[in-house]
Ligand binder design. Structure first.
Ligand code: SAM
Ligand code: SF4
Ligand code: F3S
Length: 474
């Protein structure tokens, strides 16, 4: 059982198996690829880089897997369940391949990096294996696999940022886009596989980031999310001028593109988010007032075993600082239940921290031991599954109350909302998002509004994950 909240955006690595939409390009290619992506937003953004590389090499995208000459699965290793889902999918694709010989199946991303050639040589599930830093070599690997050779490249790089590649936005709503600003992670949170699958942290050329954001704005996008595992440690040194750029400076440059271009970012590590970033957020109305600030646990003892490098008190002081500088900022978190040696007292501290931090929303997981991580080497995964699940449920219940209270506080208030499209349930209603990243649904009325417009909506009620409201007489 995997529990997570309903509101999914940039930082939600529970998104699974989304395939890109087909494009009009389908008509102009004679070879097609199909890509299915799992995991975090960075993986989805990487699939757009892969799409660009493949289009430049004669492959058009299709969302009809049976039409594809090349089937790619961009994978996640963060928890065991994520890997099991991919294995199941690969088995289905193998059957498809048997029915249509000549089709190539490839695995990309974190599972490719973690398992290396195992899925190709031992399990014979795939024809090519490509790690997150090796996508430029995809055309060569496809050619090798086409002649029956083993096509594997899982070399991690200290430099690769794909900064010069213009991603192909295939599954976008044309309003919100993702822009990767860095790759890898230098933190060694003991539970986490990401530093092993994504390699060392490196920051992308600031000019190429701003250029990509401006290009999106000129194409009609109204919102971008700057992506990194730890965006606050973004640091790029211009080799020509030796001038360096911090995350606060980058954020400001992107915010200055246009006051009607919203900027979001994810994820922030509590130890790295600075007052400079908070002040820049407060200064610009178009920088969305939402910080995703994963805590993982409310117990300082657990945080030390997790190697998070902050204590409960330090984290809570950061939350207080955010509220002091931006009283209207929403704060969300990631929380892990049942990490090694966690006692009932540690668990109660997590719940009490949630209540003090007043999270608007959380992504909640129970601990899943990942081979090769520091925790797997050093500590015993000693909390029985039933206890992990019970604690997770208690955390979910606590968050449910907090989200409800947060929504209740919004009733009667008016928010600026960016319209993202029709509400899923009712085509007579729009769905949009507040700066705080809350979903709002409201009747279209007789107004001549469209996707991408900003409107003011007064909240009158809410359901579990959605605010309900009506257009303010603008
Ligand atoms: N870089 C982000 C950060 O520092 O918070 C998050 C990266 S991780 C891909 C997303 C979330 O997955 C983490 O914040 C953590 O809550 C969860 N996670 C990571 N490893 C896990 C594990 N072994 N078991 C359960 N949850 C895990
Ligand atoms: Fe994993 Fe920690 Fe890096 Fe986040 S900061 S990706 S949790 S090692
Ligand atoms: Fe992302 Fe999963 Fe890799 S969360 S970085 S795709 S392990």
């Amino acid at each position: 059982m995997e529990l997570y909240s309903t509101d999914t955006k940039a930082h939600d690595e529970s998104r699974q198996g989304e395939a890109f939409e087909s494009t009009p390009m389908e008509r102009h290619f004679d070879k097609f690829f199909y890509v299915e992506s799992y995991g975090c937003a960075m993986n989805f953004a990487d699939s757009e880089v892969v799409a660009s590389i493949l289009e430049n090499n004669g492959y058009g995208s299709t969302r009809k897997v049976e039409l594809a000459d090349l089937i790619l699965v961009n994978t996640c290793s963060v928890r065991e369940k994520a890997e099991q889902t991919v294995r199941k999918r690969l088995t289905e694709f193998r059957k498809l391949k048997e029915a249509k010989p000549g089709t190539l199946v490839g695995i990309l991303g974190c599972m490719a990096e973690r398992l290396k050639s195992q899925l190709l040589e031992e399990e014979k599930l795939v024809d090519l294996v490509v790690g997150p830093d090796a996508y430029r070599t995809l055309p060569d690997l496809i050619a090798e696999a086409g002649t029956g050779q083993k096509a594997v490249n899982v070399i991690l790089s200290r430099e690769e940022t794909y900064g010069d590649i213009s991603p192909v936005r295939l599954d976008s709503n044309g309003i919100s886009g993702f822009v990767s600003i860095m790759r890898g992670c230098n933190n060694m949170c003991s539970f986490c596989v990401v530093p092993f699958t994504r390699g060392r942290e490196r920051s992308r050329d600031a000019f190429s980031i701003v250029a990509e954001c401006r290009d999106l704005f000129e194409k009609g996008f109204k919102e971008i999310t700057l992506l990194g595992q730890n965006v606050d440690s973004y640091y790029w040194n211009n080799p020509e001028t030796n001038v360096s750029v911090t995350f606060a400076e980058l954020l400001e440059s992107v915010a200055l593109i246009s006051p009607v271009f919203r900027v979001r970012f994810s994820t922030s590590h509590p130890k790295d988010i600075t007052d400079d970033v908070l002040h820049i957020m407060a200064k610009y109305a178009n920088i969305c007032k939402h910080i995703h600030l994963p805590v993982q646990s409310g117990s300082s003892r657990m945080l030390q075993l997790m190697n998070r490098t902050y204590t409960r008190e330090w984290y809570l002081a950061k939350v207080a600082r955010i509220r002091e500088i931006m009283p209207d900022c929403s704060i969300t978190a990631d929380i892990i239940a049942g990490f090694c040696t966690e006692t009932e007292e540690d668990h109660k501290q997590t719940i009490s921290l949630m209540q003090i931090a007043q999270y608007d929303l959380s992504y909640m997981y129970f601990y899943s031991e990942r081979p090769g991580t520091l925790a797997a080497k050093r500590y015993q995964d000693d909390i029985p599954e039933l206890v992990k699940k019970r604690r997770l449920q208690e955390i979910v219940d606590a968050q449910w109350i907090l989200s409800n209270e947060s929504n209740k506080r919004d009733v009667g208030k008016t928010f600026e909302v960016l319209i993202e499209g029709n509400s899923k349930k009712n085509a007579d209603e729009w769905m949009g998002r507040t700066s705080q990243s809350k979903v709002v649904v409201f009747p279209k009325g007789i107004n001549n509004l469209k996707k991408g417009d900003y409107v003011h909506v007064t909240v009158s009620n809410f359901t579990k994950g959605t605010l309900l409201g009506a257009l303010k007489n603008n």
